[in-house]
Structures are given as structure tokens and as C-alpha cells.
Design a protein around this ligand. Structure first.
Ligand SMILES: Cc1cc2nc3c(=O)[nH]c(=O)nc-3n(C[C@H](O)[C@H](O)[C@H](O)COP(=O)(O)OP(=O)(O)OC[C@H]3O[C@@H](n4cnc5c(N)ncnc54)[C@H](O)[C@@H]3O)c2cc1C
Length: 452
């Protein structure tokens, strides 16, 4: 790197926006940095960047601990998760990867090492200063954009008035430094859980159920304990998702408007009351309880997670079979605009006649609409529809990427969301840390922004 060769960091390449695809230069594989250890007492995992998420999850579980980030696809690497600030279904209760990263060791584009511990380098007067391991101080100007009022957002570099330097690197998509090691906070494994995949004959009932479950769960988080319901995840499948998924899970009931997958943690003391509370809410909102699935055992829960994972996998297979590319949205809008954005999706997609599914993290007000074009003509129209969805999300005060990142595929949309001024502010951050612009070339913004 120190000789100025462009370097693109490759994790497990599960990212969906082309971030680890090189635009020239060298690819740096992290897969051999796969050693890790767990300090059970301190509840800290010390990991190499190439550790596979599934391996860490398994080892934490064996110690009676729990690493909450769950980006559905567990074959990704921890370094990739940090570089994309991965989130997923359980982010509803636990937040994204950022919340668990206590320390990172980074190699800068200059070849210098930098260790950042949470709380040690905080911005003042619009600048955050970092000091490399060989003693060089680098002052980075904090971007001044306002962050949209959404629960998840990975559209461009993170900023805050009192920005912690570690947070600048989390979610920077391989453009500011190569993350080689990290220390991650772990939690105590929940004692028990109650989970369900619940089907609804009517969409309005499903949405009012989600509203009430979400509000009750957030109250729990705010009051730290007294309210009863406290979902760890609330996930959505629209009617088309159910029909697609029934190819793999024929037991899926037909004729339903949609389904919700939820998970509630329990203890022996709370289990009965929680089961009752969820059942009462489901009944109130007319869920088809007799055809729905519920469990309190790990084996069935694994099957429910498989059901959830099967959807994006089936979508990917379908588009490959169609010899087309998937067009998938990843925007989020403020809570108050969520229903109107869902209607926008449904109206524009129904009118298109193109096969589609809508699914995802409804607890966080963040859904994926995936278009599955069958012909070139449908693919072209799908891209236009995608553009209209981006415009609508921006107009509603949302963001263009809630969890997948910008990579190379979505940078035009980031430009539409942020505008020239703020892209230039991000480029200034990049130039301070990577003066020759060699890391993650083409990710987040076009190289033209990097000319000094
Ligand atoms: C079926 C499916 C479902 C998914 N669902 C979700 C979801 O619910 N939520 C979610 O957040 N994501 C989801 N993803 C996306 C993906 O799993 C994440 O983006 C993942 O965090 C990327 O990790 P990776 O190791 O595969 O990184 P890669 O894809 O290899 O790289 C991603 C980016 O990070 C950079 N990078 C990788 N490692 C490092 C490092 N050590 N240092 C610096 N930069 C690095 C790369 O240059 C690239 O820009 C899903 C993907 C699939 C295939």
C-alpha cells in the first residue's frame, strides 16, 4: 500500500453493492486473519478481521454468551461487518454492529497502524484527531450534514457533533483503512425465547399489529423493564414473498396477505405472561393463529430463521435463472412516513406488472423491495422504478441505504441524497486519511471527488 498501489479489501464478498470488487490494483484478502478468543468474564471477543460471523456466534453460544449483530447471512467476516456497520433483524432490539465495537486496529493507506478505542478520540470544534502507532497526528474535519431521522442508515460516513473516531471507520466500506483486528462486546445469552411466524389474512391488521408490538417494545427499552413486550426482532413478508417461499416451504398457508416473524426473549419467571401478552395482541389484530407457527425451542427457531433466510436466497436464485440482475431497494424513511412509503412501493410495483417481493425489517421501518425482471425490457423498467423509489425516500426525509451500504452500485443515489457540498466534505475526510486515494477505489463516491 505504501507504494501507492490501489487496494480493495475483500471480506467474504457477501456484500450486495460491489464494495469488494476492485477497480484496478490489488485485492487484499482477510481470510487468514481468522484467529479469535473470548474472555467470558469480561464478555469481550478479540477477533482477527477474517473471523467468520457464524464461527464467532457458535463460540460465544458455547460460553453462554451472545453476539447480537445478525445480518441474515452468517458466512460474512467480522471485518466486513464492521466496514459495513452490518445490521439485520435483531437490530430492532440490539442495534447495529457499531454498538458492539469497542476497539479496532487499522492499517492506513500509508502503511501506518492505528489503534482506536471507544471513548478515546472524540471530536471537538469540528475536528477529530487520531494518532498513528508511530506517533503521527492526523486531524480529520467532521462532515457537517444532518443525519436523517431514520432508525438505520449507512449512507456515507458516520458523523456526529461529538464524533468518536472509531465510528468514522465503522461503516466506511474499506475506503479509510484496513481493519485488521477488533474487540467486540458480547452479551449474556438470553435464558429463553418465544418466537412465531404469524400469518395475517388482511394487511391492515398486520400493520396495526406491528405498530402496537413496536410501540410496546420500544417502551420496554425506554423504561428498562416494566412493560411486558420487548421483541428482539419484527420481520415482514408480503404476500408475494410467501408465495415464493412456499416453493421451499410447502407448508406455508396460502391466501394470506402477509406474515410477521417475531422473537421475544423470556425467563422462566416471565414466559407465561409474555406468551399471554403476545397471544392477546395477535387475537386483537385478527392473526390467523390456527395456521401460524410458534416455538420456544432452538430447533424450531433455527427452522424459522431458515424460512427468513430462504427468501433472499430464493430471490437470488430466481434472478440468476431469469439471466437478469436483482434490483433491490434498501432505503429507510422516518417512522411517521413508513406506511405511505409501503403504499408507494405497492402501487408502483403492482402497476409495473414485474414480479416482485417486499420483505424485511419492519420493526425498524426498513423494508427491501426486490424486483425480479424476466426480460431486458423489464430490467430497464425495474431500474427506472428503483430510481423513483430513491427519489420518493429522499423526498420523505429518508436515506438511500439503511444497511447494505453504498459500494459502487449506489453512489449516484448517495450523490442525490447528499448533494455536492456534503460529498466534498466526505472526500475531505478520505483525503486526510488516504491522501493518494488508493483504498476501496470507486466505493462510496466517484474518484473525481478525490482530486485535491
Ligand atoms: C442473503 C443475504 C442477506 C443479507 N442480509 C443482510 C442484512 O440483513 N443486513 C446487512 O447489514 N447486510 C446483509 N447482507 C449483506 C452482507 O452480508 C454484509 O454487507 C456483510 O457485512 C459484508 O461482510 P463480508 O465479509 O462479506 O464483506 P465484503 O462483502 O467482502 O465487503 C464489504 C465491504 O467491506 C469492505 N471490507 C471488508 N472487510 C474489510 C476490512 N477488514 N477492513 C476494511 N474494509 C473491509 C470491502 O472492501 C467492501 O467495501 C446480506 C447479504 C446476503 C448475501
Amino acid at each position: 500500500m505504501a507504494n501507492g498501489t490501489a487496494v480493495t479489501v475483500s471480506g467474504a464478498r457477501t456484500g450486495t453493492v460491489g464494495g469488494s470488487i476492485p477497480f484496478g490494483g490489488t485485492i487484499l484478502s482477510m481470510e487468514r486473519l481468522n484467529a479469535f478468543s473470548i474472555d467470558r468474564e469480561a464478555r469481550i471477543a478479540s477477533v482477527g478481521a477474517g473471523v467468520i460471523l457464524a464461527d464467532l456466534q457458535k463460540a460465544a453460544d458455547a460460553e453462554g454468551l451472545f453476539y447480537p449483530p445478525d445480518p441474515t447471512e452468517w458466512s460474512c467476516q467480522i471485518g466486513g461487518n464492521i466496514a459495513t456497520n452490518a445490521s439485520g433483524s435483531r437490530s430492532f432490539k440490539y442495534g447495529a454492529t457499531r454498538n458492539y465495537v469497542q476497539e479496532i486496529r487499522v492499517v492506513l493507506a500509508t502503511g501506518e497502524f492505528l489503534t482506536l478505542r471507544r471513548g478515546e478520540a472524540i471530536a471537538t470544534d469540528g475536528f477529530v484527531n487520531v494518532v498513528t502507532e508511530n506517533g503521527r497526528e492526523i486531524a480529520v474535519r467532521v462532515p457537517t450534514y444532518e443525519r436523517p431521522d431514520v432508525r438505520k442508515n449507512v449512507s456515507g460516513y458516520f458523523n456526529a457533533d461529538e464524533l468518536d473516531a472509531i465510528d468514522l471507520f465503522i461503516g466506511s466500506e474499506g475506503t479509510l483503512g484496513v481493519i485488521v483486528e477488533a474487540k467486540l462486546a458480547l452479551l449474556k445469552k438470553p435464558e429463553g425465547f418465544f418466537s412465531g411466524i404469524v400469518f395475517f389474512p388482511r394487511e391492515n391488521d398486520l400493520l396495526s399489529f406491528v405498530n402496537e408490538a413496536r410501540t410496546a417494545s420500544r417502551k420496554q427499552a425506554e423504561t428498562n423493564g416494566n412493560a411486558r413486550m420487548d421483541a428482539a426482532l419484527i420481520e415482514y413478508f408480503d404476500r408475494n414473498s410467501l408465495s415464493l417461499i412456499s416453493e421451499r416451504f410447502p407448508e406455508t398457508p396460502s391466501g394470506m396477505a402477509g406474515a410477521i416473524f417475531f422473537e421475544q426473549e423470556t425467563t422462566p419467571a416471565t414466559e407465561d405472561a409474555l406468551l399471554e401478552a403476545w397471544n392477546a395482541l395477535l387475537e386483537k389484530h385478527n392473526a390467523a393463529q390456527e395456521t401460524s407457527w410458534f416455538t420456544t425451542n432452538e430447533q424450531d427457531l433455527a427452522k424459522m430463521r431458515e424460512f427468513r433466510h430462504a427468501l433472499p436466497v430464493t430471490v437470488n436464485e430466481r434472478v440468476v435463472r431469469n439471466k437478469q440482475k436483482k434490483i433491490g431497494t434498501d432505503m429507510a424513511v422516518p417512522d411517521a412516513k413508513f406506511e405511505s412509503f409501503l403504499r408507494f412501493y405497492e402501487n408502483i410495483l403492482d402497476a409495473s406488472g414485474i414480479e416482485y417481493v417486499i420483505f424485511g425489517h419492519i420493526g425498524d421501518g426498513h423494508l427491501h423491495a426486490n424486483l425480479l425482471p424476466k426480460t431486458e425490457e423489464e430490467a430497464t423498467r425495474s431500474r427506472h422504478i428503483y430510481g423513483r423509489c430513491v427519489a420518493q425516500a429522499i423526498m420523505l426525509g429518508g436515506c438511500v441505504s439503511a444497511e447494505h451500504g453504498i459500494g459502487k452500485l449506489k453512489r449516484h443515489y448517495l450523490a442525490a441524497m447528499k448533494g455536492e457540498r456534503y460529498l466534498n466534505e466526505m472526500a475531505e475526510v478520505k483525503r486526510a486519511l488516504d491522501p493518494k486515494g488508493i483504498l476501496g477505489r470507486g466505493n462510496v463516491f466517484a474518484e473525481s471527488y478525490l482530486a485535491a
